[in-house]
Write a new protein. Structure first.
Length: 103
């Protein structure tokens, strides 16, 4: 069983993530649709819907906000698709695009 951290990476490094995204707290609050005084609550949230909205605004993967893991793409994709008896491994956006051209 995986042990979850007590605090998310976002909670500990929120201001750094805002800076990397070129945002201040007021602009982030506006984009999140909350009052400026509620930004600290957003930083400490464990609500997945709120975190997903922050992901869109900050342009970082969800796994970065939660655990600080860095990836080169916004979504880590690993999967397999079978088309007409042939199996294709999907690991990034390019693989999806290549697969779509075959369908």
């Amino acid at each position: 069983m995986t042990t979850l951290p007590e605090k998310t990476y976002f909670e500990v490094h929120a201001e750094e993530l805002l800076k990397q995204a070129g945002l201040n707290k007021a602009r982030f609050a506006e984009q999140m649709g909350v009052a400026r005084q509620n930004v600290q609550k957003i930083f400490g949230t464990k609500n997945v819907f709120t975190l997903l909205k922050a992901v869109e605004i900050l342009g970082v993967p969800l796994n970065t906000l939660i655990g600080g893991e860095k990836t080169n793409s916004p979504a880590a994709i690993i999967g397999f698709v079978e088309i007409n008896g042939e199996i294709y491994k999907i690991k990034d956006k390019k693989d999806i695009e290549d697969l779509m051209s075959k369908v």
